[in-house]
Design a binder for this molecule. Structure first.
Ligand code: ADP
Length: 233
């Protein structure tokens, strides 16, 4: 059963279409990389998937037990966000706030979830550190632990290795691969790294000039859109 289905989706700002007639579906455990030049609509699509922006036409549907509030989201970081004055534990715990309860207190279960995800990403020793004092790579692990607190089935990552050095980027991609393969969590990642996308993803969505390619990595490698894109990089 598809976990996510986009059917004939058009998205626009004030009647100017960013992309048109986008259709694709993902099964549980798929790994999708979204590629495309700046301005091609990647962030707009992410907003649509999160329900922050309405589609102008078509439908975005989730199934297989997933609801929009249970998507784990790792947004692009601005310099101001990197300076956030909270402890690592507070940041990770806040990932559980998509729960239905309005209680201002975290339950034992939520605290355990935060602890488990700190452990899983090897950052338990940073639990009481201030988030803004961490390196870029450590901050991304904290945000990933936070996103994992929000979901059991779908992670959405917006250019997660921007600003990280190649070694730390490779470690981060390895973490994502493990989460995808071992925990069967579906991954949707906006990326500028075509090589990594081809190596790690099962599917590629490439946005360009209001048109879109969606297919398996093998189909993408054979497509004209990928040849042009890879050659100019
Ligand atoms: P990408 O993430 O691929 O760089 P975006 O989704 O940010 O692309 O932008 C796609 C197009 O939509 C661009 O032409 C951009 O200028 C336009 N756009 C983005 N956000 C807004 C907005 N809030 N209002 C109007 N136009 C926007």
């Amino acid at each position: 059963m598809a976990i996510l289905k986009c059917s004939d989706v058009t998205m626009s700002y004030e009647s100017v279409n960013v992309f048109e007639h986008l259709s694709f579906k993902l099964e549980r455990g798929d790994y999708l990389c979204i590629l495309g030049e700046n301005g091609s609509g990647k962030s707009t699509l992410i907003k649509g998937l999160l329900g922050l922006l309405k589609t102008s036409a078509g439908k975005i549907e989730y199934s297989d037990g997933l609801v929009k509030s249970e998507i784990g989201y790792l947004p692009q970081q601005s310099p101001v966000q990197r300076d956030f004055p909270a402890s690592v534990y507070e940041v990770v715990l806040s990932g559980t706030l998509n729960r239905k309860s309005l209680s201002p207190f975290y339950s034992k279960r939520e605290k355990k979830k935060a602890d488990d995800n700190l452990e899983r990403l090897s950052i338990k020793h940073l639990k009481n550190s201030c988030y803004r004092d961490l390196s870029g790579g450590q901050q991304q692990r904290v945000l990933l632990a936070r996103a994992l607190c929000a979901t059991k089935s779908l992670l959405l990552l917006d250019e997660p290795v921007t600003g990280l050095d190649p070694v730390v980027s490779a470690e981060f991609y390895e973490l994502i691969n493990n989460i995808n393969k071992k925990d069967n969590i579906t991954i949707i990642m906006v990326s500028h790294d075509v090589k990594q996308s081809i190596e790690c993803a099962t599917h590629i969505l490439h946005l360009e000039n209001k048109t879109c390619f969606f297919g398996t990595v093998d189909d993408y490698k054979k497509s004209s859109i990928s040849n042009q894109f890879i050659n100019i990089r």
